[in-house]
Ligand binder design. Structure first.
Ligand code: CA2
Length: 153
């Protein structure tokens, strides 16, 4: 069975493509979901793609990833990246791989965006590569998960 990857998106990312194109480009979240679905099919992964504006809803999605036995979570928690102990704690309970993704380079922006409460739990972090970051995260996971499945001699 294909490894399941939950792709979780935080508040306001539903506005992508309609506001702040200088920072986030013209791509919409629906475009990103379509690209992720195509990449996942190519890579032999299954995905569950979600966007939530509420912190508790993202926590519930992480619980869902745990309950469904997901192999990995790709998370762009948006503003909650920098503030949410609840999302940090929920991710601590997840045993699979975690990749943190940001469209923009958070380290080249305001200082309040430089701190991530997710980063200490992440197996990898991609920031500043726009929508490509999601696809690159899926590629990295396919590679890592195929190595985990391989028989060591
Ligand atoms: O660069 C990223 O992906 C961010 O996670 C995006 C968040 C921001 O708070 C993080 O610091 C970095 C913001 C997402 C909101 O996106 C909007 C898109 C269009 C219009 C308004 C907000």
């Amino acid at each position: 069975m294909a490894d399941l990857v939950h792709i979780l998106n935080g508040p306001n990312l539903n506005l992508l493509g309609r506001r702040e194109p200088d920072t986030y480009g013209h791509v919409t979240l629906a475009d990103i979901e379509r690209r992720c679905q195509q990449a996942a099919t190519r890579l032999g992964l299954a995905i569950a793609f979600r966007q939530r504006n509420g912190e508790g809803e993202i926590v519930a999605d992480i619980h869902d990833a745990i309950q469904t036995g997901a192999a990995a979570i790709i998370i762009n928690a948006a503003a909650y990246t920098h503030t949410s102990v609840a999302i940090h704690d929920a991710l601590r309970a997840f045993d699979g791989l975690i990749i943190e993704v940001h469209l923009s380079n958070i380290h080249a922006r305001e200082s309040f965006r430089h701190k991530s409460l997710i980063a200490p739990l992440a197996d990898g972090i991609i920031a500043g590569l726009g929508a490509d970051g999601y696809e690159l995260a899926l590629q990295a996971l396919a590679w890592r998960l195929s190595k985990d499945d391989s028989i060591e001699i």
